[in-house]
Ligand binder design. Structure first.
Ligand SMILES: [Zn+2]
Ligand SMILES: [Zn+2]
Length: 274
């Protein structure tokens, strides 16, 4: 194997989020170099009236994001199908209308459900990983994720097994939470994403020895396999080069080993992309 890129990703960031680097056009150029057919920009959602530095761009950057992606879409239409999207948390009713408007106005082509944090009582953000009671954090995560799936606004669930980052152990509780997520996905006809993020940054410990990544969590995906739910891979790149040098053979092997019901295209209803 030669680590050939997959040819698509619907999960790609831009420098606006504050923890990614590179110009938008560089992502496009790398995708073309890697013979991608599809590049979906899905930066962390910019939210009116909210700011969360280092995690998402301020809302004032949203228009520039839409314009930049749409102009690249036009410029490179012959070489690559480019989508404009957001990776967004479900925050209950707080941003439901906003998400609906993003989709119905065609500002974005789709939304990915990527649950990282929740709105706390002061109206700020708390990452689930910051909650000291790890079981409580996981239950909150599962509940928010399921409500997001039920909203019907999302094209797929990004890194559904993210909770393994803070929960860590595969035990009866982790198993039960996984089953809850997977059963909700089945009921709501959701596609689940095998996320490539940690396969780049989480494969070695401080001493440099190879370790299991927190996600994709093999035990979680064994259950997904039993349910035969559709799954897709997300590169979740935060640098243009990651479109070329992420461990694609590793993730292909993961999908195969777990006998997953793998799909590599989404049906996207876009005003701009044919
Ligand atoms: Zn994410
Ligand atoms: Zn992401």
């Amino acid at each position: 194997m030669n680590n050939k890129p997959l040819g698509y990703t619907y999960h790609s960031h831009t420098k606006r989020c504050g923890h990614a680097t590179g110009e938008d056009e560089d992502y496009v150029k790398k995708a073309i170099e890697g013979h991608y057919e599809i590049l979906g920009f899905s930066d962390h959602v910019m939210l009116p009236g909210k700011s969360q530095h280092g995690m998402r761009g301020d809302y004032s950057l949203a228009d520039g994001y839409f314009k930049s992606v749409r102009s690249l879409q036009e410029k490179y239409a012959k070489q690559l199908r480019i989508y404009c999207a957001f990776e967004a948390e479900w925050y209950g009713d707080a941003f439901k209308d906003y998400y609906e408007d993003l989709l119905s106005s065609g500002k974005v082509d789709y939304l990915l459900l990527g649950q990282h944090c929740f709105l706390n009582s002061e109206g700020g953000f708390t990452f689930y990983s910051q909650v000291s009671d790890k079981k409580k954090a996981t239950l909150m995560y599962v509940e928010d994720l399921i409500k997001g799936m039920e909203s019907g606004l999302f094209a797929y669930v990004a890194h559904p097994d993210l909770f393994m980052i803070w929960y860590g152990d595969w035990d009866a509780f982790a198993y039960q939470c996984s089953v809850s997520i997977i059963e909700a996905a089945k009921k709501n006809h959701m596609i689940l994403e095998v996320n490539m993020g940690p396969s780049r940054w989480g494969r070695r410990n401080g001493g440099g020895e190879e370790i299991d990544v927190a996600y994709p969590c093999p035990n979680f995906w064994d259950i997904v396999s039993e349910y035969q739910l559709p799954c897709i891979i997300g590169v979740d790149d935060h640098h243009p080069n990651e479109l070329l040098d992420s461990p694609f053979d590793w993730v292909r092997d993961f999908v195969q080993k777990h006998n997953l019901n793998y799909i590599d295209r989404l049906k996207i209803d876009s005003k701009y992309v044919k």
